[in-house]
Design a protein. Structure first.
Length: 73
């Protein structure tokens, strides 16, 4: 899957990157509001707590999730 967030990083580092909700929603091709609804409904990989009020998502977990959804569609 071609995505500017993933492609702008050196090989190997891109999948280890932790993305914000906005970046993760962009990677998934959905709005931030839809991304958050799916997170609350537990339809996305688990988030990583970065601080008391901030969550992040591993790019590799989101890419695997996107690929698994594409396989079932």
């Amino acid at each position: 899957m071609k995505n500017p967030i993933h492609n702008s990083l050196p090989d190997g580092l891109g999948q280890e990157r932790v993305l914000s909700a906005r970046q993760a929603a962009e990677l998934c091709g959905i709005s931030v509001a839809t991304f958050r609804r799916q997170h609350w409904a537990r339809r996305l990989p688990p988030a990583i707590r970065l601080s008391e009020r901030r969550l992040g998502w591993r790019a590799k977990d989101l890419l695997a999730h996107i690929e698994s959804r594409a396989d079932t569609a």
